[in-house]
Design a binder for this molecule. Structure first.
Ligand code: MTE
Ligand code: MO
Length: 326
């Protein structure tokens, strides 16, 4: 359970600083730009502030934050400090290492449209800022468990995936939802690896998408999502391994057939479609019994369905003869 002490990130910068000073600082940082800051030897913290300021300036949704927290979702551990969550990432479009945050800054996130197609009443394309304004915005505290056995606990901003599904108005034939990430080799060097099935695709059943835990994130720590974490819109399925939460998607298709997902296509003997967290089912090359918490580096036991079994276990009750946990 979460204890009632206010943490730093709960105080957005715009409130912590008197309005005027805040605006001045933003203008200053914008005028300087990251390059000249580096040249001037201004330390890393200032660079991070620039990054946040320029992201806010470029993002027309920035003024909507922070969203009201949904009290239904509580944590059994402290929130991971922001600096770990935004500096230790998996985003293979930008390279197979954790320190890709600065490379991800090359991704243009406006204009950004999302194509909705497949078995829906009316296929359409919608701009991200239109979509955000139509959705029931909220903040949720969720755990995140990567299949590589590290984990974090974060405040996502966004909306229920169910609200998006309702908005898309799927037809009865729709059994799965396929999320396709951007394809842009000019900014994403990883997409030149021609033997990998780019663009990144993830997906789930329509029942999973309608589960109350399934979420679409537009923000983190009460601010718009940093690019390295999947701006402007990413999936969040907290009972599944992290690779199921596709980042920066541009197309959502409602399909009859199970979508071919990125990792299940690339390494089918290690990664599957369901990928529900289960400490008792090891990865072929390592145990899943424990996880390393980002920030503290503490080893903690991993929980079945990442601790969310009461929400989702019933989704899998009738499924036989499939590997649900990889
Ligand atoms: N498009 C895309 N989405 C992705 C990935 C990726 O490489 N590309 N990596 C996944 C993996 S393995 C994890 S653990 C999470 C990591 O999210 P984070 O960097 O915000 O912690 O994003 C997932 N979504
Ligand atoms: Mo992951």
């Amino acid at each position: 359970m979460r204890i009632g002490r206010k943490r730093d990130w709960e105080l957005p910068e715009s409130r912590a600083t008197p309005e005027g000073v805040y605006r001045e600082r933003r203008r200053f940082l914008k005028a300087m730009g990251a390059g000249s800051l580096l040249a001037a030897g201004i330390p890393f913290a200032a660079l991070a502030a620039t990054e946040a300021a320029s992201a806010a300036a470029a993002d027309p949704s920035a003024s909507l934050y922070p969203f009201k927290r949904d009290p239904r979702f509580t944590l059994d551990r402290p929130i991971t400090p922001e600096k770990f969550v935004t500096r230790y990432n998996n985003f293979f479009e930008f390279g197979p290492i954790k320190s890709i945050w600065f490379l991800a800054q090359r991704l243009p996130i406006r204009p950004w449209t999302i194509q909705i197609d497949g078995h829906v009443e009316k296929p359409m394309t919608i701009g991200i800022d239109d979509l955000i304004r139509k959705m029931p915005l909220e903040e949720r505290l969720y755990r995140h468990r990567c299949v590589e056995a590290w984990s974090m606990a974060v405040p996502w901003s966004g909306f229920a995936m169910a609200a998006f599904v309702n908005f898309a108005r799927p037809l009865a034939a729709a059994k799965y939802v396929r999320f396709q990430s951007f394809l842009n080799r000019e900014v994403a060097p990883g997409q030149w690896r021609f033997w990998e099935p780019w663009p990144y695709v993830e997906g789930c059943t329509i029942k999973e998408a309608a589960n109350e835990l399934a979420f679409l994130a537009t923000g983190l720590y009460g601010k718009p999502l940093p690019k390295q974490d999947g701006a402007p819109l990413r999936m969040v399925l907290p009972w599944k391994y992290g690779f199921k939460s596709g980042k920066s998607f541009v197309r959502v298709s409602f399909t009859e057939k199970r979508p071919k997902t990125f990792w299940a296509t690339l390494q089918p003997n290690e990664y599957g479609f369901w990928a529900n967290v289960n400490p008792a089912v090891p990865h072929p090359r390592w145990s899943q019994e424990t996880e390393r918490e980002l920030g503290t580096n503490k080893r903690v036991p991993t929980l079945i369905y990442n601790g969310y079994g009461s929400y989702v276990a019933q989704l899998y009750a009738g499924i036989k003869g499939e590997q649900l946990f990889r």
